[in-house]
Ligand binder design. Structure first.
Ligand SMILES: [Zn+2]
Length: 481
């Protein structure tokens, strides 16, 4: 043990030669809120020198990267995402986000859990170890999301399933508790999942993390939800929701997803009302591959936040914004060696060209260069999926056009329609009249009222249903998800 500490001391004094030196960058210190020029010295996975330049660090094997004129930041942390909605494997997701400066991701694999249960989650966790990103997992708390009365999913997660997954090394806590009605009812089997997470993590002397999901919850019910042990929420769509959650002791993840876009509205409120940001983080929740490749990841959210802050005359400081993607999530998840650049911290480092657009120049993870100028470097091999993880779609019948026809005896028929709301996950419920042709209800492309069908694909029980949706915007063809 003492030998390890001797090594650390020798590393920082330059008695051991450095593996890597980032030379002459503008180092962003998220603690003091200062930017100072200097070198960063890395040995192994950790930062051993900061600001000081000494020839003692340089040996024949020391790699030196000139980063003068560039900003050196802690690697970005994604505090809540479902990788499955990116439609990418963990390996390909890493390839997509490392060039955007993300180094740590907390994944909630509740979609794979819905399909394949514990087996699917374990497979994902295993793949995570082989990527260049650092993946942690919150264990899905709600499989199915609410209860089996409302959906037919591939599996059901019991308290025992959750406990067995919490044993895994990369498990960090309980995933978003979507069943908030179950918490405040209260249903004992729902509360047992929270209780067991506290018990198991406490037993291992690790901090429990219980993530939340409570859109619209307020007043006494919100207090009850928090008092059941839930710590964070990423479902705020109004400033009032955000403020009440912070005031009652929650952390709030400000979401910038492909579908749910709450960042602009929430940050405008934060700026206008001068809300303290130390318990705010940026999260994606769901991000599709188009956005990941074309718009980016956390870097895009940071650029958007900087623009809003600039418009406000910097009522929100650049450091506060950067902390929301680095120090704040690291503190929430009890990761003292991530989310900041300090002596002894992990060398997870993102180097950007500027602090406006955050054009990422290079990303380092554990002291290794993993992306540079938009491309991954030192890439990993593709993960070999076992046969038993493939071919999970079970449909035991064929479908024809007739299956999607909706009969009506009327000439025009009143129809209840799902209304999509841009930038929100919640939907509206509207009634429109639709034409009937040859005894069948017609979709109405001109009014953007289209057919939507859901087909049971887990158990092959042949269940399916057809409905109508407004706001999709496609004029021809069909989409299968
Ligand atoms: Zn989520």
């Amino acid at each position: 043990m003492a030998y390890h500490h001797k090594q650390s001391v020798d590393n920082s004094l330059g008695r051991n030669k450095a593996d890597l030196i980032l030379r002459g960058g503008q180092i962003v210190d998220v603690h003091s809120g200062r930017i100072k020029e200097g070198d960063i010295v890395v040995n192994g996975h950790r930062i051993v020198g900061l600001y000081d330049r000494s020839p003692a660090f340089v040996g024949s094997n020391t790699k030196i990267i000139d980063v003068s004129g560039k900003y050196v930041l802690p690697g970005f942390i994604e505090p809540h995402i479902h990788i499955e909605s990116s439609m990418l494997t963990l390996t390909n997701f890493s390839r997509a986000v490392l060039p955007h400066g993300t180094t740590t991701v907390i994944n909630d694999p509740h979609e794979i859990a819905n399909v394949m249960g514990v087996r699917g989650v374990r497979q994902m966790m295993d793949e995570g170890h082989y990527t260049n990103l650092r993946f942690y997992f919150t264990i899905p708390s709600c499989v199915p999301s609410l209860s089996e009365e409302f959906e037919t999913c591939g599996t059901f997660f019991s308290v025992e399933d959750i406990k067995s997954l919490l044993e895994e090394k990369s498990a960090i806590g309980l995933g978003e508790m979507m069943n908030y009605p179950g918490v405040i009812a209260p249903k004992i089997d729902v509360l047992a999942k929270i209780y067991e997470t506290y018990r198991m993590r406490g037993f291992k002397k690790k901090p429990p993390i219980i993530d939340g999901h409570c859109p619209g919850l307020t007043g006494l019910e919100l207090s009850a939800y928090i008092n059941a042990g839930i710590m964070a929420d990423h479902e705020c769509s109004t400033g009032a929701e955000l403020e009440e959650r912070l005031a009652k002791g929650m952390f709030v993840m400000v979401r910038n997803g492909s579908y749910a876009k709450n960042t602009r509205e929430l940050l405008e409120y934060v700026i206008e009302n001068q809300i303290d940001t130390r318990r705010l983080m940026f999260c994606s929740d769901d991000r599709n591959p188009y956005d990941l490749l074309n718009k980016g990841h956390i870097d895009q959210t940071l650029a958007m936040a900087m623009e809003l802050a600039k418009e406000s005359g910097w009522k929100l400081k650049p450091f506060e914004i950067i902390r929301m993607a680095t120090l704040n999530p690291a503190e929430f998840f009890h990761m003292p060696y991530r989310g900041r650049l300090g002596i002894g911290t992990r060398a997870d480092i993102t180097i950007v060209e500027n602090l406006e657009k955050f054009n990422v120049w290079a990303t380092l993870r554990n002291g290794e260069l993993v992306a540079q100028k938009g491309h991954v470097v030192n890439d990993v091999q593709d993960y070999p999926y076992h046969e038993n993880i493939l071919n999970s779609v079970r449909i035991k019948r064929t479908f024809s056009v007739d299956d999607f026809q909706v009969r009506s005896g009327a000439k025009r028929q009143k129809v209840r329609i799902i209304e999509m709301i841009p930038g929100q996950l919640t939907t509206g419920n509207i009634i429109h009249k639709l034409e009937v042709k040859n005894g069948f209800l017609e979709a109405d492309i001109n009014r953007d009222i289209l057919k939507i069908a859901v087909i049971e694909r887990h158990r092959g029980n042949n269940n399916f249903s057809v409905g109508y949706v407004k706001g999709f915007g496609i004029k021809s063809g069909a989409v299968a998800i």
